[in-house]
Design a protein around this ligand. Sequence first.
Ligand SMILES: CC(C)[C@H](C(=O)O)[C@@H](O)C(=O)O
Ligand code: SF4
Length: 469
Amino acid sequence: MTPRTLYDKIWDEHLVATRADGTSLLYIDRHLVHEVTSPQAFEGLREAQRPLRRPNAILSVADHNVPTLHREKGIADETCRLQVEALEANVKAYGVPYLPLLDDRQGIVHVVGPEQGFTLPGTTIVCGDSHTSTHGAFGALAFGIGTSEVEHVMATQTLPQRKSRNLRVRFEGALPRGLGAKDLALALIGRIGTAGGTGHVMEFTGAAVRALSMEGRMTLCNMSIEGGARSGLVAPDDTTFAYLHGRPMAPQGALWDQALAHWRGLAYEEGGVFDREVVLDISELAPQVTWGTSPQWVTDITGRVPDPASATTPDDRQAMLRALDYMDLRPGTPIEEIALQAVFIGSCTNGRIEDLREAAAVAKGRRVAPGIRALVVPGSGLVKRQAEAEGLDRIFLEAGFEWRQPGCSMCLGMNEDRLAEGVRCASTSNRNFEGRQGRGSRTHLVSPGMAAAAAVTGHFTDVRRWLEA
Ligand SMILES: CC(C)[C@H](C(=O)O)[C@@H](O)C(=O)O
Ligand code: SF4
């Protein structure tokens, strides 16, 4: 048989119909729902008096508006409380599976789906959230949709789509010690730009990707959207299957064997046709730090804040000047000399157990530098429980970090965890846009190890120096 790409395989298996104008109708297997983008969708169903087609194809959870302190006392912020209450009323009315706020399984939707085994290889997965691309780590075609599309999927279990182009991203060489998937993602976006993947689905290949854990693959796919892609994909392999085996919502027994046989057919095939390819040699890569207000404005920890004079077009120069002004940075400043006031370790990019282990390895036996507020927010209740079983919470608390309850938290200013104007933060999240963590706040994107190292020094520092030999 002619080799096919993973994207082509999943697309073909889910194609319901194609119209003459090239629009296709895709069957959607799974739907994740959170409180921000679902209220109007439920309202639309209600108004049209339509039933929800497959309530059990949905998993819902509140994450953006949840407090990460004293949650058991309820939600103090009125707007946040109303959002969560609306979700709870809707899922109850429509019989949709829901993970309540005080349930150990609650967390960020993109951490929870994989953890529960809801995310499976070869499936189509949607959510009214751009970082749905995370689930592509399992070899699922997963992408974010708008609220009206959420309603469409709820009503019909299908979605009109145009086929994207296929982009192969090949990482050559092995990841150097002290570096992780976050550095891969940032380096890639630095290379291709935030529009580099526009109109494409990215499939990540190469030995370094094969060597990544599922957590690492999720970090990589999570950020594919920041490189402009519709989705990110990693072909499933034994690492994928080992992660899924025995998860509550994954197939069990004979069904597992059947599923596994099918999933093996989704393995990466040499010779599959891609429209484009990007190759990145990572063997000499250094830890990455963003300096601007877009994830593409990134450099090595050993580097300096760039000079807008080096921009190739006047528009680029203007954009860089504006970014440096917002970030309050001067060209030529060594990245290691940038001082911080806040550190955030968490989010659907880097809020999983492996990320917390990476940060704890640096924090262990050290102290958060004076004047720094450092938060560690597990991506889910199960991540929190696991971390506590391993004693990571003690390491963080003894070092002076705050240990919080799970949620999106300081990744975006939609809940109580916000930065004040002018505060500079090293963050393990995925977006550094103006005002992302609170109006006037300044975000630098880094890996969990780099964030922890920054917390204990008070400025950026090369995490490789902080790791035991
Ligand atoms: C609020 C939500 C719709 C949004 C998204 O789509 O990604 C958020 O999760 C984000 O990260 O900006
Ligand atoms: S953690 Fe951040 S990026 Fe992820 S879903 Fe929440 S707000 Fe969006």
